[in-house]
Design a protein around this ligand. Structure first.
Ligand code: TGC
Ligand code: FAD
Length: 407
């Protein structure tokens, strides 16, 4: 009996070591996942290995958004995993959603952006605040990847402070007239549908569905980015655009409506960033074992071991935050401040891990031979969008003190 126990524990130690290399799971969080969660994760992981990782370096180097991925994401169920199946969504829980985001961002943050904007920022508001006709018209096509969507909140003069937005619409009888502009909008240049936030004549914020081809609507691409180069970013320009009244989202108005969408998207980012961090860690661990300097693998130097140990520690802490936050999301108990803590912590540590991994690869770290520099540059956007690092600190500060630093 003792011999058997010791064989079992030797075996589990061995597989733990293998996991640390392949897919770090130091605290065996897999034990907390269901078989369905693991199945979803492995199918997205295989998809990313096959359809994204071999090509993404070229897409990023050429700053080219691979439009063909939109349909492929639809086929694999990456769009709207938590939206009910009757509208074409995946009908999954939030842990599954997180795992999908984690695996896609392990490939590339820009690819994860495409999926999280479509699911959390376009399908979610249409599902949550849309009429039944709007749900039936848009959701199945967005879920299948037939249509691509974008979310227009940020304006040239209103980023962290969207309440100040100046985009506006007025009642013109049987339709509205929309004017204004949005900036830094992911997916915009290729989007068929835009969920746009604008003020009515009383200054109340509403969501409007704007479709490609509407007269006076254009979406020029933003060029020369050093970050998220495989994702297309653009402006949304509205010059007296005639919007049918049936395109107003009737279910909720006020800034709270877009902020609810951001809760869902920020949650996905908290998982996604750890995917990028794991890819950097795995690459650094492998490189350190293979790269010989001073006659030894660099992994044998204490300073390199310190870096790897700190990376694994931070990844493990972030994985635990994600899992617990996922269970709170599933039970409808997660708060905006809890989501802010996860988004802020996980993106920040992912960026720090990417930078350390970059150092550990020496000169090779700046090349496209390794994914590190691309992850690092991508994460510089992820730490800014969906609320900057400091805005999330202040959301937490408000929660702790009861005093808003914004007003
Ligand atoms: P504040 O006064 O706090 O709130 C205004 C109203 O909204 C309500 N509310 C919420 N309701 C539902 N869910 C939430 N999470 C809510 N948070 C707030 C609140 O109760 C209030 O309601 P009422 O009825 O009293 O009016 O608003 P504030 O103007 O002080 O702003 C707060 C602040 C700064 C935290 C907020 O504006 C903010 O989060 N700013 C950051 C902006 C941001 O994150 N933008 C993201 C744009 S989208 C994007 O980046 C996509 S990138 C995607 C990709 O490519 O992956
Ligand atoms: P600003 O708000 O001007 O902030 C500048 C600096 O000031 C930051 O460091 C900020 O933390 C700091 N600051 C601001 N206010 C305070 C304060 N009260 N206290 C302390 N510090 C403060 N938006 C969308 O609507 N849809 C999208 O799809 C989208 N995609 C994006 C894709 C990319 C690649 C990028 C880079 C951005 C995207 N954004 C999108 C915009 C993004 O959400 C904003 O960039 C972000 O909210 C910050 O706004 P800003 O860039 O105007 O910075």
């Amino acid at each position: 009996m003792p011999a058997k126990t010791s064989t079992a524990s030797t075996k589990s130690k061995k597989s733990l070591k293998q996991d640390l290399f392949e897919h770090p799971d130091f605290y065996q969080i897999d034990d907390l996942l269901t078989e369905e969660h693991k199945l979803i994760r492995s199918s997205i992981r295989d998809f990313v290995k096959r359809e994204i990782s071999p090509f993404v370096e070229d897409w990023a180097q050429q700053a080219s958004f691979p439009v063909e991925m939109v349909k492929k994401f639809g086929d694999i169920g990456a769009f709207g995993p938590t939206i009910p199946t009757e509208y074409g969504g995946g009908g999954m829980d939030y842990i599954s959603y997180g795992l999908v985001m984690q695996e896609i961002e392990r490939g590339d943050s820009g690819m994860r952006s495409t999926a999280s904007v479509q699911g959390s920022l376009v399908m979610y508001p249409i599902y949550k605040f849309g009429s039944e006709e709007q749900r039936k018209k848009y959701l199945p096509k967005l879920a299948s990847g037939e249509w691509l969507g974008c979310f227009g909140l940020t304006e040239p003069d209103y980023g962290s402070n969207p309440a100040g937005m100046v985009s506006n619409f007025r009642d013109a009888g049987d339709h509205y007239i929309l004017n204004g502009s949005k900036m830094w909008i992911s997916n915009a240049p290729h989007a068929d549908v835009a969920v746009v936030w604008a003020k009515n004549e009383q200054g109340r914020i509403h969501g409007l569905i704007v479709e490609k081809g509407m007269e006076g609507f254009s979406a020029p691409e933003t060029h020369h980015k050093w970050s998220l180069r495989a994702s297309a970013t653009g402006e949304l320009v509205f010059d007296n655009v005639k919007i049918p009244k049936t395109n107003l989202l009737p279910g909720k108005s006020g800034l709270g409506a877009p902020l609810m969408c951001l809760d869902s998207a920020r949650y996905g980012i908290a998982w996604g960033a750890i995917g990028a961090a794991m890819d950097c860690y795995e690459s650094a661990r492998k490189y350190a074992a293979e790269r010989i300097q001073f006659g030894k693998p660099i992994a044998s130097f204490q300073l390199v071991q310190k870096k790897l140990s700190e990376m694994l520690t931070e990844i493990t802490k972030a994985q635990l935050i994600n899992w617990r936050l996922g269970t709170l999301m599933n039970s409808g108990k997660a708060t905006t401040a809890q989501i802010s803590l996860a988004k802020r912590n996980n993106v920040q540590i992912a960026l720090e891990i990417a930078r350390e991994a970059r150092h550990m690869h020496g000169a090779m770290g700046i090349t496209g031979e390794y994914p590190i520099m691309r992850h690092m540059m991508n994460l510089e956007s992820v730490i800014t969008y969906e609320g900057t690092n400091d805005i999330h600190l202040l959301i937490l500060g408000n929660e702790i003190t009861g005093i808003s630093a914004f007003s």
